[in-house]
Design a protein around this ligand. Sequence first.
Ligand SMILES: O=C(COP(=O)(O)O)[C@H](O)[C@H](O)COP(=O)(O)O
Ligand SMILES: [Mg+2]
Length: 415
Amino acid sequence: MPGINYEDFLDLDYEPRDSELVCTFAVDPASDMDMTDAAGRVASESSNGTWAELQAEGSITDLSATACAIDDGRITVAYPDALFEDGNMAQVLSCIAGNIMGMKAVERIRLLDCDWPEPLATTFPGPQFGTSVREEIFDAGDRPITATVPKPKVGLSTDQHAQIGYEAWTGGLDLLKDDENLTDQDFNPFADRLTESLAQRDRAEDETGEKKSYLVNVTADTRRMLERVDMVAEHGGEYVMVDVVTCGWSAVQRVRERCDEHGLAIHAHRAMHAAFDRIPDHGVSMRVLAQVSRLCGADQLHTGTADLGKLENEDTAGINEWLYTDLHGLNDVLPVASGGLHPGLVPELIDRVGTNVCVQAGGGVHGHPDGTHAGAKALRAAVDAAAAGEDIEAKADEVPELATAIEKWGTETPR
Ligand SMILES: O=C(COP(=O)(O)O)[C@H](O)[C@H](O)COP(=O)(O)O
Ligand SMILES: [Mg+2]
């Protein structure tokens, strides 16, 4: 009887088929393994094999992955389409980023990139709106849209939170955003925050003549999230915000489905991503996380500040480029630059990532010496100037709030 062993998962002459999911891994084999052994073990454990030689016969090997290239510490693995369940991201990730991450056959392993084939990619919905939110919701023309997150992150009362929203919106920002750890706590209950913030949004829209919107954080267990999504639709919101990593992809998929019914966009916060993408040679890359977010239907996603902000970033510009590139007809995704931004950093940011983004700042708005309203004016002026290719210092001569922000923070990267 033929056995399946991990050598059977290695074929360096193999050409992946168009229907296969092709993944690139960086691999550091265990000390008693060479790269070919490790490559075979990765393909085996992530598809239908294990450490032992199996005495199984027949078609089960049709589900085997093939390690088909080894190059400079990297391996390429091709996964047959039949291995995957349609539209089930949890199942896909349990294959390609599952047991192999802890397998003793490798010292370190990182899933760097995936090439998503049409048969699998199109079983996912992708974003409902993507970058079109800039035009469709805000009529923003060529400029990036702007957002702010009230600080302190948590602890503001509902009234204080909504008031900050009003000041930010009337100062010129497009979006008020909840912070990742604000959901439905006693000091600021979800339902009250939603209604009060949207009431202030309406007021700000009347006063400014501009469209404004609110990214309310619906993150919870799936049942509560869906109830919250319904509430947002009922009260006239345009978006929900979801902490996509902490709540999990299956939950995101359900939210995407419900948002489709309501025509709501999804803002994806990536809190916790750094637990598996910060160490460069292990885990799952931010690039793959961005791909997964797009497939599951995030319309806008935090992708970092191209190293200008307070947090570590992985290839923001490259990931953003991927989010814009065609993926078998699925919509694109609007990247959100956030984390330690302030007006003085905006020209360099736009230089690095372009204008098809959302520029988001918390401390860089509310830490303005003259408060939130002035901070919002400064950020909007910086964004308008940078998008129009105008010098920010010249703009600061016209907008005193921007001059004050530049005086306070200069062009420093915060920590
Ligand atoms: O609260 C903030 C930013 O606040 P501030 O502007 O005060 O730093 C966001 O949670 C970060 O953007 C997350 O990081 P990332 O966007 O990299 O996921
Ligand atoms: Mg935050």
